[in-house]
Design a protein around this ligand. Structure first.
Ligand code: GTP
Ligand code: MG
Length: 197
C-alpha cells in the first residue's frame, strides 16, 4: 500500500486549536452523508479510522489524521443538513469558513458530491466560495458504485458543463466509491503530486 501509517490526532471545534505544525493538509467537505468520512477510510485502507454513519450529521468537529507521519487528512462536518436550526447553520458556516480562511497549511480542499444527485445549489455555492477565496480545491464524486459506467460518464459531463457556466477552467475531479474502492489511486496520486511541490 501507498499509505504506511494513518492515525487520528485530534478533534477540534475551533480552527485556532488545530495542530500548529506546518505540514501539508487536505480537507474533505460536502453535504452531510455524502461520504467524507468513508472516503478517508477508503483512501487510508482503514475500516474505521474516521467515524461514519448512515444518519447525516455524524461528523461534528474538525478531525485531523496524520498520514505517513508527514501530512494531514482532515474530516469536516457536512453542510446542508436539513434538520438543524437556522442559528446552528449560521454557526456552522462560520466554523467552516474560519477553517478555510485561516488554515495556512491547507494545500487543497476536496468538495464531495454524491454522483446520484444533480448539481445542488449548496454545492455550487460552496465551490463558488472556494474559487472566489482563492482556495485550491478538487471535486470528488462519491458513491460511483450506485451508477452504471455510462450513467457516470453522463453525470460527470453534465456536472462539468454546469461548472463551465461560471468557470473558465475545470477543477481537478475524481470519481470514487468507498464501498467498491474506486478512485483511491487517483486521489492519492493527486495528493502526492501537490504534496511534493
Ligand atoms: P457526515 O459526517 O454526517 O457529514 O457524513 P459523511 O459525509 O462523513 O458520510 P459518511 O462517510 O458517514 O457516509 C454516509 C453514508 O453513506 C454511510 O451509510 C456510508 O456507508 C455511505 N457511503 C459512503 N460512501 C459510500 C460509497 O462509496 N458507496 C455507497 N454505496 N455508500 C457509501
Ligand atoms: Mg463524516
Amino acid at each position: 500500500g501507498k499509505i504506511k501509517s494513518a492515525e487520528f490526532v485530534v478533534s477540534n471545534s475551533e480552527v485556532a486549536k488545530c495542530p500548529k505544525n506546518p505540514i501539508p493538509e487536505y480537507a474533505f467537505i460536502g453535504r452531510s452523508n455524502v461520504g467524507k468520512s468513508s472516503l478517508i477510510n477508503m483512501l487510508t485502507d482503514r475500516k474505521s479510522l474516521a467515524k461514519t454513519s448512515g444518519r447525516p450529521g455524524k461528523t461534528q468537529l474538525i478531525n485531523h489524521f496524520i498520514i505517513n507521519d508527514s501530512w494531514y487528512l482532515v474530516d469536516l462536518p457536512g453542510y446542508g443538513y436539513a434538520r438543524v436550526s437556522k442559528t446552528s447553520k449560521k454557526k456552522f458556516q462560520k466554523f467552516i469558513t474560519n477553517y478555510f480562511e485561516q488554515r495556512q497549511q491547507l494545500v487543497s480542499a476536496f468538495v464531495l458530491v454524491d454522483i446520484r444527485h444533480k448539481p445542488q445549489p449548496i454545492d455550487l455555492e460552496f465551490i463558488q466560495y472556494l474559487g472566489e477565496s482563492g482556495i485550491p480545491f478538487g471535486i470528488i464524486f462519491t458513491k460511483a458504485d450506485k451508477l452504471k459506467p455510462k450513467a457516470i460518464e453522463r453525470y460527470v459531463e453534465d456536472y462539468c458543463q454546469q461548472l463551465l457556466k461560471t468557470w473558465e477552467e475545470l477543477p481537478p475531479y475524481f470519481i470514487t466509491s468507498s464501498s467498491k474502492k474506486i478512485g483511491q489511486e487517483d486521489v492519492l496520486n493527486f495528493i502526492k503530486a501537490t504534496n511534493e511541490e
